[in-house]
Design a protein around this ligand. Structure first.
Ligand SMILES: C[S@@+](CC[C@H](N)C(=O)[O-])C[C@H]1O[C@@H](n2cnc3c(N)ncnc32)[C@H](O)[C@@H]1O
Length: 416
């Protein structure tokens, strides 16, 4: 049947109306007339499958990726300018819906590259290697992902050659990180397997490469465990940003898109007043802490992962930063308000949670960095009546996907 698309859903689906009910059509664009088949009826909405586009939008693009089953890039058929508008609206709608916060959201800051921007990827593996089909545990075999750095695609293809020739049993994942032509590879297995032939292929292909074997017998979705053995080459990537030298291991958090990381950090710095006392909660390998230390009188970074904390300590030493203290531990336990007048919160995807948000109420300036509009809105809902929201700035860390990074600046209300 024929429907007209008038809006976008949370996952970039086209939204139409049929018999007074919302219909979600993945792959359809605003302003288009499309032919669809209903796939599932829910109490409040209907799901449909796009058959054909009758009237295409000028924003429709040919996708350069041939793996339609993978489902990782929900927006690849959308012109980049439309993707940026979609993300700005997504942040604004989510804040309104989840937190009843009605605030001006600035236009999304664009990424320089819409392709090959990811510096890390995690592939699923059995006798095939690729990505899981959306909502399933079926592997879609991939030979080239358009979003990842070319070195990552090369390491993937060499691994494919290796598993085709040796058919080793017990492999779960391949994780590859590539920054500045330095490549770290982790092969995740349920048991020890001989990797010498793969290491030889990597040695021939890359000047600087390091290989880890990770044993993981977990049944959940966690990929990298602490049971890792360094097998060959470099142990970590040594790099530099903003003139600060630092290292990144295979299992520490690092921002995925370096161009947007730098734009985002520059923005966060612009929100910090000179000589303030800053806590960088959820501080990772500490690059943002080091940058903040150039402007603030003192900075404390709090990070729970030992490996990331150690890298933050090395960064501090290598760059001789005097006014920075790195604490290893849970933010909820280690933080107290006397430490700062400005608090940066950059939690993982699930957000900070109620307890953390209750604990921070009273800090004068909050800079909340988030990769999930939903968890961000839930967190901000906890503190919204105590703060004025001064600025909401989305960044396009992940072009062609529906993910968006957002920085929110909040100021404590006076006379509370
Ligand atoms: C989204 S990353 C941000 C890292 C850093 N701000 C950056 O820009 O690279 C979140 C970090 O929070 C850390 N983390 C997660 N839970 C934590 C907790 N309860 N207390 C402190 N750090 C935590 C993770 O290990 C990870 O390094």
């Amino acid at each position: 049947m024929k429907v007209s698309i008038f809006d976008y859903g949370m996952f970039g689906e086209g939204v139409a109306r049929l018999n007074n009910k919302i219909v979600l059509v993945p792959g359809a664009l605003m302003g288009e007339q499309v032919d669809v088949d209903i796939t599932k009826e829910h109490p409040n909405y209907t799901q449909a499958k796009l058959n054909s586009v009758i009237l295409p939008s000028p924003m429709r693009m040919n996708t350069p990726c041939g793996y339609s089953e993978c489902g990782g890039c929900e927006l690849m058929h959308m012109a980049y300018s439309e993707q940026l508008k979609f993300k700005q609206l997504l942040v604004s709608k989510t804040l309104k819906k989840v937190a009843k916060i009605d605030v001006l959201v600035s236009p999304t800051i664009a990424a320089e590259n819409q392709f090959n921007y990811r510096n890390k990827a995690s592939f699923a593996c059995n006798s095939l290697i690729g990505f899981y089909k959306k909502g399933s545990n079926k592997i879609v075999p991939i030979a080239e992902c358009k979003l990842v750095d070319n070195n990552i695609n090369l390491a993937l293809n060499l691994f494919n050659d290796f598993i085709k020739q040796y058919a080793p049993a017990g492999i779960k994942n391949l994780v590859v990180r590539s920054i500045d032509n330095q490549v770290l590879v982790a092969v995740v297995c349920v048991k020890h397997i001989p990797l010498a032939p793969y290491i030889q292929l990597l040695k021939n292909a890359f000047k600087k490469v390091g290989v880890y074997l990770v044993i993981n017998t977990r049944k959940d979705s966690v990929v990298l465990t602490n049971n890792l053995t360094h097998l060959y080459g470099i142990k970590q990537i040594e790099t530099e940003s903003f003139g600060i030298k630092y290292s990144v291991g295979i299992n520490s958090f690092h921002q995925t898109n370096l161009d947007i990381q730098n734009k985002l950090y520059t923005h966060v710095l612009s929100l910090i007043k000179p000589n303030s006392r800053v806590v960088n909660g959820f501080s990772g390998v500490g690059l943002l802490s080091a940058l903040a230390a150039q402007k603030a009188s003192e900075v404390v970074g709090i990070e729970i992962e030992k490996s990331a904390h150690n890298e933050a300590e090395n960064l501090k030493k290598a760059n001789k930063i005097q006014n920075l203290t790195n604490i290893c531990g849970d933010f909820l336990v280690k933080f107290n308000q006397s430490m700062c007048d400005t608090l940066i919160l950059d939690p993982a995807k699930h957000g900070c949670g109620k307890q953390v948000m209750q604990k921070v109420i009273g800090v004068k300036n909050l800079i909340y960095v988030s990769c999930s509009p939903i968890s961000m809105s839930k967190d901000l809902r906890e503190i919204e009546k105590y703060y004025i929201i001064e600025d909401v700035q989305p960044f396009d860390m992940f072009p062609n996907t529906t993910s968006v990074e957002t920085v929110v600046k909040l100021k404590l209300k006076e006379n509370l």
